[in-house]
Design a protein around this ligand. Structure first.
Ligand code: PMP
Length: 333
């Protein structure tokens, strides 16, 4: 501790620079899929993920509405990325953080969260988020029983969609000079696809908004049938995406389709992409690539189309899960 008071810290650190992340054309994918394919690189955010955006919006909203007073504790249930955003911004504004993390979270993310000063508790989400031992349940009960604690609750906080509606969507529209025809991203809380989708559809109603989730997750079924499947079984995890309930932060209105990919195809794709481009992409970014590879034929992309893929974070968070095996080229994937 350098001995700064909360007031001095706030003066030293002006508002964090979040967003305005670069968008880059991927020549490799563009020529492979005969279209203009761009990647929105969200790992350029201060906490190195897209989730800095909702984390910052949720914290600001709670402070502005006097839901928490200085020195209080922000509480979140997170697969790591939102947790890091909360931990970082909470600290910068003079608050504490308590993050409930699923045991399936990568070692790298847990280490980063601890290093950022968050108090963390590892939970078991295998019986769903309604279960007594889940991250969501524990975060909720912790915030309800501790004095001056506020549960940001990314799954049910309207600031989650709002952050992407106000920032990610407009950035993508501007960065593609309004040429975007298709948007594809992973779906977890649903905040990204709902916020970006809502903004882009307001600009161009016939833009295609597509999501990706792990096989066995229920949002594809929910989008198509507007009901919950009768059988909800555990599914193989792809960190950050896939749900066995419908989050309040998922608005199906702007979403045209949700694709499903397997964990195995996603892992294979991550390694293949690394081999072919030298880039270590994150787990859910690899799911987006696996989706493109698996469903490209039915997507009917044209050379005049502009498809934006959202990469929420970086492969350095998943070395132990994705990149510790021998690489294989995408041509053989
Ligand atoms: N990918 C990663 C790595 C994430 O952390 C998240 C957030 N859970 C997502 C994708 C999904 O984003 P969203 O919650 O906005 O649907």
């Amino acid at each position: 501790m350098l001995g700064f008071t909360r007031e001095t810290r706030i003066k030293i650190l002006t508002a964090p620079i979040i967003g305005n992340t670069p968008i880059r054309k991927c020549e490799f994918l563009s020529s492979r899929y005969h279209s203009n394919i761009y990647i929105k690189e969200e790992f350029h955010n201060p906490g190195m993920s897209a989730k800095d955006r909702p984390a910052y919006y949720m914290i600001q909203d709670a402070i502005n509405r006097n839901c928490i007073s200085p020195g209080g504790t922000f509480v979140e249930a997170s697969s790591g990325n939102t947790g890091l955003g909360i931990a970082m911004f909470a600290k910068q504004y003079g608050y504490r953080s308590k993050i409930f993390v699923s045991k399936s979270c990568s070692q790298e993310k847990i280490a980063i969260l601890e290093a950022a000063g968050a108090e963390i508790e590892i939970c078991d989400n295998s019986n769903g988020l309604g279960d007594f031992y889940s991250t969501q349940f524990k975060a909720q009960s912790y915030a309800a029983t501790q004095p001056n604690a506020y549960f940001t609750n990314q799954y049910y906080n309207s600031q989650n969609i709002r952050a992407h509606y106000k920032t990610t969507g407009p950035e993508i529209w501007k960065q593609t000079d309004g040429q975007i025809t298709h948007f594809l991203c992973g779906v977890g809380t649903g905040g990204t696809i709902s916020g970006v989708g809502r903004y882009l559809k307001e600009q161009r109603p016939n833009v295609n908004i597509w999501g990706v989730e792990p096989a066995g997750s229920i949002l594809q079924h929910y989008l198509d049938a507007r009901s919950i499947p009768e059988q909800i079984a555990p599914f193989e995890s792809i960190e950050g995406i896939g749900r066995n309930f419908v989050p309040g932060s998922f608005d199906p209105t702007p979403v045209d389709h949700i694709y499903q990919v397997t964990q195995e195809d996603t892992k294979t794709m991550a390694r293949a992409y690394r081999t072919d481009t030298g880039i270590l992409c994150g787990f859910s970014s690899a799911a987006v690539l696996a989706c493109l590879q698996r469903y490209a034929t039915g997507m009917h992309l044209k050379p005049t189309d502009t498809l934006v893929l959202l990469f929420p974070d970086h492969g350095s968070r998943y070395i132990s899960k994705l990149y510790s095996e021998t690489p294989k080229s995408v041509a053989h994937a």
